[in-house]
Write a protein of this length. Sequence first.
Length: 76
Amino acid sequence: TDPNQISFMAVTAHWIECVEENTGSGSKETLQLRTNLIGFHKLPGHHTGEHFAHCFLYITDHLNITKKAIEKFYYL
Protein backbone atom coordinates (compact mmCIF):
# COMPACT_ATOMS: atom_id res chain seq x y z
CA THR A 1 0.00 0.00 0.00
CA ASP A 2 1.37 3.41 -0.88
CA PRO A 3 0.97 6.63 1.17
CA ASN A 4 -2.22 7.44 -0.77
CA GLN A 5 -3.85 4.20 0.46
CA ILE A 6 -3.74 2.53 -2.96
CA SER A 7 -3.11 -1.21 -2.76
CA PHE A 8 -0.71 -3.08 -5.01
CA MET A 9 0.18 -6.72 -5.49
CA ALA A 10 3.67 -7.90 -6.43
CA VAL A 11 4.29 -11.39 -7.82
CA THR A 12 7.79 -12.82 -7.70
CA ALA A 13 9.28 -15.95 -9.22
CA HIS A 14 12.00 -17.97 -7.49
CA TRP A 15 13.98 -20.85 -8.94
CA ILE A 16 17.26 -22.68 -8.53
CA GLU A 17 19.62 -22.62 -11.48
CA CYS A 18 22.59 -24.89 -12.10
CA VAL A 19 25.52 -22.70 -13.18
CA GLU A 20 28.80 -23.99 -14.57
CA GLU A 21 31.82 -22.10 -13.28
CA ASN A 22 35.29 -22.34 -14.77
CA THR A 23 38.07 -22.68 -12.22
CA GLY A 24 41.81 -22.99 -12.63
CA SER A 25 41.54 -26.77 -12.28
CA GLY A 26 38.51 -27.27 -14.51
CA SER A 27 34.87 -26.48 -14.16
CA LYS A 28 32.31 -27.12 -11.47
CA GLU A 29 28.57 -26.77 -11.22
CA THR A 30 26.93 -24.79 -8.44
CA LEU A 31 23.31 -24.16 -7.60
CA GLN A 32 22.24 -20.53 -7.38
CA LEU A 33 18.95 -19.12 -6.16
CA ARG A 34 17.40 -16.77 -8.70
CA THR A 35 14.50 -14.41 -8.16
CA ASN A 36 12.65 -11.93 -10.33
CA LEU A 37 9.70 -9.57 -10.08
CA ILE A 38 7.26 -10.82 -12.73
CA GLY A 39 4.24 -8.69 -11.94
CA PHE A 40 3.20 -5.54 -10.10
CA HIS A 41 -0.43 -4.52 -10.30
CA LYS A 42 -2.92 -2.24 -8.58
CA LEU A 43 -5.17 -4.32 -6.32
CA PRO A 44 -8.79 -3.21 -6.65
CA GLY A 45 -11.19 -3.25 -3.74
CA HIS A 46 -10.61 -4.79 -0.35
CA HIS A 47 -7.84 -7.17 0.69
CA THR A 48 -9.83 -10.35 0.20
CA GLY A 49 -8.74 -13.74 -1.04
CA GLU A 50 -10.98 -13.30 -4.06
CA HIS A 51 -9.32 -10.03 -5.06
CA PHE A 52 -5.84 -11.50 -4.53
CA ALA A 53 -6.75 -14.53 -6.66
CA HIS A 54 -8.17 -12.42 -9.50
CA CYS A 55 -5.10 -10.18 -9.50
CA PHE A 56 -2.71 -13.17 -9.42
CA LEU A 57 -4.54 -14.84 -12.31
CA TYR A 58 -4.59 -11.58 -14.27
CA ILE A 59 -0.80 -11.33 -13.96
CA THR A 60 -0.10 -14.99 -14.75
CA ASP A 61 -2.59 -14.98 -17.67
CA HIS A 62 -0.87 -11.90 -19.09
CA LEU A 63 2.48 -13.76 -18.95
CA ASN A 64 0.91 -16.99 -20.27
CA ILE A 65 2.15 -18.97 -17.24
CA THR A 66 -1.09 -19.63 -15.33
CA LYS A 67 -1.09 -23.40 -15.82
CA LYS A 68 2.57 -23.70 -14.87
CA ALA A 69 2.14 -21.44 -11.83
CA ILE A 70 -0.95 -23.27 -10.54
CA GLU A 71 0.70 -26.69 -10.95
CA LYS A 72 3.63 -25.56 -8.78
CA PHE A 73 1.60 -24.43 -5.76
CA TYR A 74 2.46 -26.25 -2.56
CA TYR A 75 0.49 -25.86 0.62
CA LEU A 76 2.23 -26.13 3.97
